[in-house]
Design a protein around this ligand. Structure first.
Ligand code: NAD
Length: 422
């Protein structure tokens, strides 16, 4: 995507979230002063990161760490490495993290970080030196009680291990709880990789029981067969649901009788994509959105359900695995048509929930089994769904509006109780 396109998408995401916050504030009768505070990040740090490159030259990169609100606990949010990341984007994403953590009631505020760089053009050594120096520069505001980073676009468990090691070196002892998304060997949590897709399916189960959808006799379409989409597909299939179509950036595959996921996974492992899988017919990413099904899971990109295709959506339930897949206009159309949308800040919060579990395990140096992680994840997701659903019914609003109301209510109550310092 070009720079302009990237900025536009970011702008749309922020605007849609900001509109939801304003609507929720009005419904809740929120004190305008509190809303004013919540529209600004609490702290925004810009750092320059000098790195010795492999050829001996020195490059200086720019990095950001933003903490939006700390009323409910330390800040939590990923770090992205991307050539087009900037402060505005990081601020917007930090705010979204505040709402996401509040919806699932984990004791965190929102944060986000970024470094302007193209990680594909950096050698492993350059990437490590960049990460370590960035960690050192932001170490004045991060820490297990202050702000706990995690992976995001183009950062991974390897990068989290370097952050953990750098922070630990500076303190003279291991501090596993300073980041989440670490490799299991150094304090990562069981079940973290599957957490987001699994959480999506836990919320689908809750919604299905209220909408009278029998999952064992249902059909699902999943856009994006990556970390989130592939786990959601296999968990849905495990419940007896027929996954009739999936896709990735190269295209999709459709079989009305249900795709054979084991065969599909083997094909993808061999070719790197689901496109061209012989166990079904080709379908484009655009056509996939309007396929006949009970459950649609957009789990790839933002802004894929739009005012143009929303009238053609034939699913009864949309579960947002991706962040911001439904535009504001499309959201209103789906709501008007009686299609239930489980909003991103609820549906895909499983990742941050298990990050929270990883942090708790790190603080206690006591590690849980995968079963325990999944049991606790299910409880969190189901409880959060119930709370959002209750608000939706009481106020006759969409699930998205209800989720923002719940989040805003929790954050503003914490702010009120703590009071305004001094
Ligand atoms: P991923 O990189 O593992 O998978 C993304 C998938 O989307 C890939 O299969 C890719 O080929 C596909 N894709 C890319 N462009 C596409 C296009 N134009 N049309 C259709 N498919 C396309 O990423 P992921 O971790 O699964 O994340 C997916 C979405 O979920 C993102 O929006 C992400 O922000 C969101 N999310 C992820 C997590 C997490 O824990 N991984 C948590 C919350 C939200």
């Amino acid at each position: 995507m070009n720079l302009e396109g990237h900025a536009r998408k970011r702008h749309e995401l922020l605007e849609a979230a900001s509109r939801q916050v304003d609507l929720a504030a009005r419904k809740l009768g929120l004190n305008p002063g509190l809303l004013k505070i919540l529209k600004e990040p609490k702290r925004a740090l810009t750092v320059s990161i000098p790195v010795r490159m492999d050829d001996g030259s020195i490059e200086v990169f720019r990095g950001f760490r933003v903490q939006h609100n700390l009323s409910r606990g330390p800040a939590k949010g990923g770090i992205r490495y991307h050539p087009e990341v900037d402060m505005e984007e990081v601020v917007a994403l930090a705010m979204l993290m505040t709402w996401k953590c509040a919806v699932v009631d984990i004791p965190y505020g929102g944060a986000k970080g970024g470094v302007i760089c193209d990680p594909k053009r950096l050698s492993p050594g350059e990437l490590e030196r960049l990460t370590r120096r960035f960690t050192s520069e932001i170490s004045i505001i991060i820490g297990p009680e202050k702000d706990i980073p995690a992976p995001d676009v183009y950062t991974n468990p390897r990068v989290m291990a370097w952050i953990m090691d750098t922070f630990s070196m500076q303190h003279g002892f291991s501090v596993p709880a300073v980041v989440t998304g670490k490799p299991i060997e150094i304090g990562g949590s069981e079940g973290r990789n599957e957490a987001t897709g699994r959480g999506v399916v836990f919320t689908i189960e809750e919604a299905a029981s209220r909408l009278g959808i029998d999952l064992a006799a249902s059909t699902a379409v999943i856009q994006g067969y990556g970390n989130v989409g592939s786990v959601a597909a296999s968990d849905l299939a495990g419940l007896g649901c027929r996954v009739v179509a999936v896709s990735d950036s190269r295209g999709g595959v459709y079989n009305e009788k249900g795709l054979d996921l084991a065969g599909l996974n083997a094909y993808k492992a061999r070719t790197g994509s689901v496109a061209g899988y012989p166990g079904g017919q080709a379908v484009s990413n655009a056509d996939l959105i309007t396929l006949e099904c009970d459950i649609l899971v957009p789990a790839a990109l933002e802004n894929v359900i739009t005012e143009e295709n929303a009238p053609g959506v034939r699913a009864r339930l949309v579960a947002e695995g991706a962040n911001g897949p439904t535009t504001h206009g499309a959201d209103e159309i789906l709501y008007g048509r009686g299609i239930t949308v489980i909003p991103d800040i609820l549906a895909n919060a499983g990742g941050v929930v298990v990050s929270y579990f990883e942090w708790v395990q790190g603080l206690q140096n006591f590690y849980w089994t995968k079963d325990e992680v999944n049991r606790q994840l299910r409880r969190r997701m189901a409880d959060s769904f119930r709370e959002v659903y209750r608000l939706k019914e009481r106020h006759r609003v969409s699930m998205r509006q209800a989720a923002y109301m719940l989040a805003l209510d929790r954050v503003s109550r914490a702010m009120e109780l703590r009071g305004l310092y001094p």
